[in-house]
Design a protein around this ligand. Sequence first.
Ligand SMILES: *[C@@H]1O[C@H](CO)[C@@H](O)[C@H](O)[C@H]1NC(C)=O
Ligand SMILES: *[C@@H]1O[C@H](CO)[C@@H](O)[C@H](O)[C@H]1NC(C)=O
Ligand SMILES: *[C@@H]1O[C@H](CO)[C@@H](O)[C@H](O)[C@H]1NC(C)=O
Ligand SMILES: *[C@@H]1O[C@H](CO)[C@@H](O)[C@H](O)[C@H]1NC(C)=O
Ligand SMILES: *[C@@H]1O[C@H](CO)[C@@H](O)[C@H](O)[C@H]1NC(C)=O
Ligand SMILES: *[C@@H]1O[C@H](CO)[C@@H](O)[C@H](O)[C@H]1NC(C)=O
Ligand SMILES: *[C@@H]1O[C@H](CO)[C@@H](O)[C@H](O)[C@H]1NC(C)=O
Ligand SMILES: *[C@@H]1O[C@H](CO)[C@@H](O)[C@H](O)[C@H]1NC(C)=O
Length: 569
Amino acid sequence: MNYFRYLASICFFLFLAGAVQTTVPAAVSLDRFLKPIKAQEPKPQPQEFFELASPLPSDHLTPFCSHTVINHSFANTIGSPPFSSTYSPPSDCPAPWSRVVLDFRAASSGEQYDRIAAIWLDGAEIFRTSTAEPTESGIFWKVRKDISRYYSLLSKPEINVTMMLENVVNDVYTGVYDILVSFLFYKEDIVPNDDRVPSITLPNKKLGTAELGLFKTPPDLIIPISSDGERGFWFKVESESDVHIKKVKIPRNTLQVVLELYVSFHGNDEFWYSNPPYSYIRMNNLTTGRGNGAYREVFVTIDGKFIGSEVVFPVVFTGGVNPLFWGPVVAIGDFNLPTYDLDLSPFLGWLLDGKSHEIRIGVDDAYHIGLSTQIYTSGWIMNLRRVKAKRKSEFAGWVKSKAGNFTTIVSQQFKVTNLVRYYFNGTYKIVQQIFKAKRDSRVREDSGELVGRTIVRRQYPLTVITSTVPLQSNGPSGSMEEDMYMMITNVSHAKNERRVNGLSSSILYNRQESEGWMKVKGHSVISGNSSTWQRYTYRDEFGCYSRTVLATEGKLAIDNSTFSCAAST
Ligand SMILES: *[C@@H]1O[C@H](CO)[C@@H](O)[C@H](O)[C@H]1NC(C)=O
Ligand SMILES: *[C@@H]1O[C@H](CO)[C@@H](O)[C@H](O)[C@H]1NC(C)=O
Ligand SMILES: *[C@@H]1O[C@H](CO)[C@@H](O)[C@H](O)[C@H]1NC(C)=O
Ligand SMILES: *[C@@H]1O[C@H](CO)[C@@H](O)[C@H](O)[C@H]1NC(C)=O
Ligand SMILES: *[C@@H]1O[C@H](CO)[C@@H](O)[C@H](O)[C@H]1NC(C)=O
Ligand SMILES: *[C@@H]1O[C@H](CO)[C@@H](O)[C@H](O)[C@H]1NC(C)=O
Ligand SMILES: *[C@@H]1O[C@H](CO)[C@@H](O)[C@H](O)[C@H]1NC(C)=O
Ligand SMILES: *[C@@H]1O[C@H](CO)[C@@H](O)[C@H](O)[C@H]1NC(C)=O
């Protein structure tokens, strides 16, 4: 009964996909839908979809060479082995490279749900993405991701490059996803644009020569903590008791160790931030499987000791809440899901004993970590549920090598407030969540001098309002059809981040506001109208970038972008 669905893998990573919940009363749960696929225009052309993102600093350079690694169509792939082929560094441009970029292109037409996908190199995940829902006349999109941190894998010959995209193709769902993935190899160095260096005050201007920020140079070794790969290398976490354990041996000459977490949530947990507790479901005689309360924390333990956790950014997939919102501009994170870095260097003292250590990954809900959720009911008129969570942790440890004795102190704190309110017998629902986090990692030499510092501050506010009205069917009897309704929806969503990494720093403000209505039958949208406004502003040592878009009725009405730092504040 306690039913989560996650896909995860660590170099540390998590995942999942599958059957759609069909018995959810519309008034209670957020859901995923299929959008109408017929174009309104007389001469429909394939339409380009996109996620707002900063251009990569390497985009203005010409790659030294590019290498196609995947050219494959994903049709009815569910339950099948992933697509796999062999990768070797291109002979026409051997290492060293200054950067490597993954260029991902996708195209599809027909009727299809949003689907989750990932790419692995030698069993280590390098990219997690989800698809846009296609139309009859077709859609396509392109994503770029800097994958230089996987350099040690990219320079290995004869390894497998693997991609899974769990799709269902049958008489109803016709959309096949055509995927083309290339790696772009660069030899030129990218020089930061000093004129535009944002004015962030660094904690210590005089950072040592080592400048041990995280990923200042690519790691020498990458150890995937992932599944056997038969259905993709992600672990499928299906319940809170479903934990995945892998044994790892860390080489004794390790100086720094970072865990990267890839995770996405699906099925009954796709909208975990709006899930009621089971007590509420029972009390109201609901049939939904979307329970367990509105709190999720992905945790990692080593040899049974808690070493870190993450409250994951709530990515809304393109079929989510109201699919009309997410075209041609998709929701934040859809095409390039965020990943999370945890600095495990404080634990090196214990990990470098030459023995295997047990890495465990799982998902906790409010009940399993003993949070209290409150339910107030007053007759049938209004309900309110509130979840508050706070976590603070600090770990310190040292490692001594020829280079010196380095002490790493990692502190993490986060705060989540989640409030779900129902009005009018549950037909009007407001979900509000605020997540604030700070992760700080400092490295000191024997002398006590700070030689490295990484600070990540994040804020993820989210508000989802839905108002549902049952509709009279047009059938001969004019009867009420239970699965026909109109839904008016607002989504307000943001991902704000400030990062300091050694001497570099960046600021991101990324906010999306959507509103609209849709007429729904079952899980299909019959008609509707919507608009999505988004402002994306990013600054780092390479420059500034800002883009503002407004999409109404599935078309871009405003698209304004600038590289001017003055305009991007
Ligand atoms: C990908 O495959 C298709 C057909 O299978 C082919 O037409 C196309 O040229 C290929 N693209 C690349 C870049 O290899
Ligand atoms: C690559 O994948 C194939 C089958 O998918 C497997 O038999 C082979 O062992 C893999 N090779 C490596 C180097 O992992
Ligand atoms: C739930 O079902 C039980 C048994 O059928 C019934 O007694 C109760 O009134 C129902 N509760 C609500 C809120 O509908
Ligand atoms: C390394 O530095 C830490 C913190 O200053 C200290 O406690 C530890 O004893 C040192 N280790 C060695 C081997 O000197
Ligand atoms: C809520 O449901 C009850 C019982 O079905 C009904 O009597 C009442 O009118 C409904 N209230 C609203 C605001 O829809
Ligand atoms: C959605 O937001 C708009 C504008 O902020 C507001 O007018 C409307 O009432 C909201 N809709 C719902 C269902 O709350
Ligand atoms: C859709 O909404 C936009 C503004 O939000 C409005 O200008 C347009 O007329 C609406 N279209 C329809 C078909 O209602
Ligand atoms: C872009 O912004 C400028 C200045 O803010 C404005 O004059 C212009 O109309 C905008 N362009 C579009 C296409 O919205």
